[in-house]
Every structure is written in C-alpha cells, then in structure tokens.
Design a protein around this ligand. Structure first.
Ligand code: NAP
Length: 346
C-alpha cells in the first residue's frame, strides 16, 4: 500500500523525516518506521560510523533510510532533508547530562530556533503533519492556577518563569519550543501535534548511554549526588516510538499528548529495584530528600487513540539487562557515577 488509506490516515509507502535520527528515542522511531514500510530521511550532525552504525544496521535501512547531515540551526541543511517528505518527526533537542553554563548556546538556541527552522522547512515542503517531541517538563512543573490535587492533563502548562528563576534551562527550552510549535500551527495552518514523554527508559540501539538511562544507572550504582523524592513519571522508549507513530497516523490526533503511563516516587523506585536485584551497590536511601507529591499526569488522551504500554517492571528489567550487557553498570576507575543535573532542576 502506498500513501493514504481510505479514511485519510497516513500509511506505509510515505516518506518522513526524523530529526536527530541517531538519538535514543529517534533511533527506535526510525526502526519502527522502517519496519512499517516508511522511507525515512534521518538528520544527524555527524555522518561518521560511531554516530550512525546503529541506524545503518537496521532492517530495511539499506533500501529505505537516507541520512542527511544537518544541524538544527542550519535551515538549508534541514530543508534539504525535509523536501519530498509527507511527514516530519521533530525529535532533536540537546538533552544535557551535566550543568548548563551557556543556556542560549547550549539549550535555547538549538531547541527554539531549531524548532522554528524545522517548521518553516515543513511548511515550504507542504508536509501533511509535523509531530514535535516536547516533554513532561512542559506540563508538570509548578503549573499556575492548577490545584495541587487535580490530575494533570493536556490543559496543564508548566510555569516558564518559575523554571527560568530556577535556571532550569532545559524546561524553559521545551516549554518555549512546544508553545512556539503549536502557535506556528495555528498561525499558518500547518498540522502540528506534540507529544510529552516522561523520563524514558528501555534498551538502547546506540553505543553510548543517553541522559535518561543514566538516571536509572545512578539508582543501581550510587554516587555522591542527592536527589528529591519526586513523583517520577516513566515511559518505555519502545512505547514512546509507538506513541509518536500513532499521533502521526491517527487522523483525529490534535494538540498535545501526554506520554507518561507510570509514576513512582524516587524512594519507591529504589525499593522496587532492590526487590528485583541484589547484586548492585545501590544509591543510599538517605540521599533522597523529602518532597511533597502533587497529583500525577494522565496519559488517557493517547490511550483513547489506542496506545498500549508495557509494564514498568518489564521496562526496568529490559533496561537493566541491556545496560549490564553493554557494560554501563561497571565501575570506571576515578570516575564516580553522577545523577544527571537536569533531574534535580525539573
Ligand atoms: N529521554 C527522555 O527521558 C526524554 C523525555 C522527554 C522528552 N525527551 C525529548 O526527546 C527528544 C530526544 O531525546 P533523547 O532522550 O532521545 O536524547 P538524545 O539521545 O540525546 O537525542 C538528542 C538528539 O538531538 C540531537 N541534537 C542535539 N543538538 C542538536 C543540534 N544542535 N542540531 C541537530 N541535532 C541536535 C542529538 O544529536 P547528536 O547525536 O549529534 O548530539 C541527538 O540525536 C528530545 O527532544 C528530548 O527533549 C526525552
């Protein structure tokens, strides 16, 4: 089958662009798209073996995956990857694990101006729909006028000023770029939908450990850092890829989509891990500081579109199994495990 189905839904045979194709979430999305018969234009910043081997090895990649070298800030390079596509999945954004010292250069510029570049190129190429990957950080951080005990849905927005005052530049960038993307859609008529994933765990396709999986590795290995007993929302990377394709294909999808099916406090997560494994040193319970828990988020909107998810235990077991085999759980001499700074800001 090529192109649209009778009810107007997208289908295999289409060509779609995935920005930041080599990243953790994007590489699973590329794998899924290729398996479903899509042709994929993937953008990467570096076409070298280290950054792209995991993409080139995917089934059907040799016929249906074309990689383009493009930085988010280079409009012409992004546009060259998007021309000829019916859809765009805008996934690329920096996800730093260390402290941000130059917020404009490291975060806000690529996230916000990069999103604008992708949207403009999508309009110029007459793309049918753009799926923008936002984050739970655009939903749940100190929302104004949202009662603490009310379940958070897609109507809930994080307080950007509170994030700015806290120097939480990742969240400022994600809120600003999601708002800009939705506004761009309203102003121009481009069909823009957004997805707001929680902390993403699950096996990796690439050879380097991404920031969100470092979160889980810290629970097992421990280290010098403290964290808050926050109510963490979690989603599997494979379920995230499914959600992105679902909102692309479903004609009725519109606006935002919270993608955060599981939630657990930091202390309960540590207890769960200890009940599943005995062979790790684990972080100390004392380094988890008390914190109140406002009401969680709901992913009902995605579920109503037919989204199904794995259990939290399955996701954790698959992540840890993968990390163990990949050597990510081994100690590196002189290099203590660190809890990514981003998670003490958000
Ligand atoms: N992982 C999570 O827990 C989580 C949760 C919610 C939302 N998200 C969102 O999901 C998306 C993907 O995150 P991820 O976890 O998969 O992280 P990741 O593996 O670090 O992927 C980020 C991607 O963005 C690319 N990128 C960064 N700066 C760029 C620039 N200036 N120009 C072009 N590409 C650039 C990276 O390319 P290089 O390889 O060249 O650096 C990489 O491919 C992001 O939008 C993130 O905000 C992630």
């Amino acid at each position: 089958m090529v192109g649209r189905t009778e009810d107007g839904a997208a289908g295999s045979g289409e060509t779609v662009c995935v920005t930041g194709a080599g990243g953790y979430i994007a590489s699973w999305l590329v794998k899924l798209l290729l398996a479903r018969g899509y042709t994929v234009h993937g953008t990467v910043r570096d076409l070298g073996e280290k950054k792209t081997a995991h993409l080139r090895q995917l089934e059907k990649a040799s016929e249906n995956l074309k990689l383009f070298k493009a930085d988010l800030l280079a409009y012409d390079a992004m546009a060259a990857a998007i021309v000829g596509c019916q859809g765009v999945f805008h996934v690329a954004t920096p996800v730093p694990s260390g402290k941000i010292t130059d917020p404009e250069r490291e975060m806000l510029g690529p996230a916000v101006n990069g999103t604008t570049n992708v949207l403009k190129a999508a309009s110029a190429a007459n793309v049918r729909r753009v799926v923008v990957v936002s984050s739970m950080v655009a939903v749940e951080i100190d929302p104004k006028d949202w009662p603490k005990d009310k379940i958070k849905d897609e109507g809930c927005w994080s307080d950007k000023e509170a994030c700015r005052n806290n120097e939480d530049w990742y969240s400022v960038a994600k809120i600003t770029s999601e708002q800009a993307a939705l506004e761009y859609g309203k102003q121009t008529g481009l069909d823009v939908v957004t997805v707001n994933p929680a902390v993403v765990f699950g096996p990796l396709l690439q050879s380097t450990l991404n920031t969100s999986c470092q979160f889980l590795v810290y629970f097992l290995k421990g280290g010098p850092d403290q964290m808050r007993n926050k109510l963490w929302h979690i989603v599997d990377v494979r379920d995230t890829a499914d959600a992105l394709l679902l909102v692309y294909e479903a004609p009725e999808a519109s606006g935002r989509h919270i993608c955060a099916p599981h939630f657990i406090s930091a202390r309960d997560l540590l207890d769960l891990l200890k009940s599943m494994y005995t062979e790790y040193p684990f972080m100390s319970k004392e380094s988890i500081c008390d914190m109140d828990h406002p009401a969680p988020m709901t992913s009902d909107k995605l579920k109503k579109l037919g989204w199904k998810v794995r259990s939290l235990k399955e996701t954790i077991a698959d992540t840890i199994e993968f990390c163990k085999k990949a050597g990510f759980l081994e100690d590196v001499a002189g290099n203590p495990c660190r809890f990514p700074d981003i998670y003490n800001k958000i």
